[in-house]
Design a binder for this molecule. Structure first.
Ligand code: XIL
Length: 381
């Protein structure tokens, strides 16, 4: 099928699915004609560089922006060969009521990606956050297991064959937990019990046999004692899963890095290598650099942020089982780091992503691109 026909087919399929579609047709059609800012500047995209090395590069996206903001959509189309939903595939978005599923946002991302030859990661099937308001009053010890498996069956079934990977379980380890295995006392843990993780992965595999099933977590990047401990607990978790024959293919290292934190180093590298010995892939799933505490001029801040992108991604892509790098957003115009929790004391906006708030490539863009280019041609065994 020609690209154009495939594109039309995906739009028509989406049109049958949900409420956003009135505006979807013209917006998607328009942005196909737009040159990307990177091309305008004569600068080659992250995507072009990643593809030379067989790597995936991309970002978290918001479907309404892909639909309504041509500049945003243009940059995402030009730069990424893989997308992930920032919020659109979480329980809160998909489950307006206990008996209802709303796939409109997620479907829009999948349609956009298929129109632009991009892969999609699913995020996520099971997490202690972003649960719908009805959750607390509806889910009990008696029905939790059934509600969890039903959700995974329906959602992973809906997207079966369309996703590169799923974050099946997100953030299940909490080093502050009093349990030696570090399992977080999440609603799922409390209501289903510690085997909720195995259940989630087994159910996901049955519903979608092609997506790579991923365990995703944060705070496992640096050699600080709490992060070292958490890494060991994550390793134990996935080792146990492998031993029990639970289907898991990859670990997601979120990589929300802090500009003033110690630089990730040997601990993370050893972790990635240990996962390789267990035949697991590793994805950088949510990279950004929180520069809340960074002082100095804009140029100094940009240089420090770029260095972190460069050093971190260079270290990671040197490992042959690391093959995807996704940032948590693409432009400083829209980043969760400008929310109240992470805003800078001087109230200046964070400069944490590859494109600045005006969609110009930032120093971080060039740093990330150089890092992708550093991927060794021949991977070690
Ligand atoms: C964040 C989103 O970026 C925000 O828009 C939302 O309000 C809260 O969640 N780890 C994750 C992501 O796995 O899902 C989180 O995303 C960021 C931290």
């Amino acid at each position: 099928m020609s690209t154009r026909r495939k594109f039309l087919k995906s739009v028509v399929m989406t049109a049958a699915m949900g409420p956003f579609t009135g505006a979807l047709l013209p917006a998607l059609a328009d942005i196909r004609e737009l040159p990307s800012p990177a091309d305008v500047n004569g600068v080659q995209s992250l995507r072009a560089h990643a593809e030379k090395h067989g790597l995936l590069v991309g970002c978290a996206v918001v479907p309404e922006r892909l639909n309504k903001e041509p500049q945003y959509a243009g940059v995402v189309a030009a730069q990424a060969n893989i997308l992930v939903a920032e919020n659109a595939m979480k329980w809160k978005a998909l489950r307006p009521a206990p008996d209802k599923f709303d796939f409109s946002g997620g479907d829009m991302i999948v349609a956009f990606a298929s129109a632009h030859r991009q892969k999609v990661r699913g995020h996520n099937l099971c997490w202690h956050e972003a649960l719908p308001d009805w959750f607390a009053s509806t889910v009990t010890k008696e029905n939790a297991r059934q509600i969890l498996t039903e959700h995974i069956k329906t959602v992973a079934g809906h997207y079966a064959g369309k996703l590169q990977s799923w974050d099946v379980v997100n953030e299940a380890i909490d080093p502050k937990s009093d349990r030696p295995d570090g399992l977080r006392k999440s609603p799922w843990f409390e209501l289903v019990g510690p085997d909720y993780i195995d259940i989630a992965f087994r159910t996901a595999r049955k519903a979608d046999s092609s997506a790579l099933l991923t365990y995703n977590d944060y705070g496992i990047e640096t050699d600080a004692p709490d992060q070292t401990k958490k890494r060991a607990q994550v390793l134990e978790l996935v080792r146990g899963m492998k031993k029990r024959g639970v289907p898991i293919d990859a670990v997601g290292v979120q990589s929300h890095l802090g500009a003033t934190d110690p630089a990730p180093g040997n601990g993370l590298r050893d972790f990635v290598r240990e996962l390789r010995r267990m035949r697991l892939r590793v994805f950088i799933t949510e990279l950004d650099v929180n520069e809340r505490k960074l002082e100095g001029s804009e140029a100094e801040r940009d240089a420090a942020i770029a260095r972190i992108y460069k050093d971190y991604v260079t270290m990671m892509v040197a490992e042959s089982n690391v093959d995807a790098v996704l940032t948590w957003g693409i432009t400083d115009r829209y980043t969760w780091l400008n929310g109240p929790k992470f805003s800078r004391p001087d109230a200046k906006p964070q400069r944490c992503l590859p494109f600045d708030a005006d969609y110009q490539p930032a120093s971080a863009f060039f740093a990330l691109r150089d890092a992708l280019d550093s991927r060794p041609a021949k991977s070690h065994p």
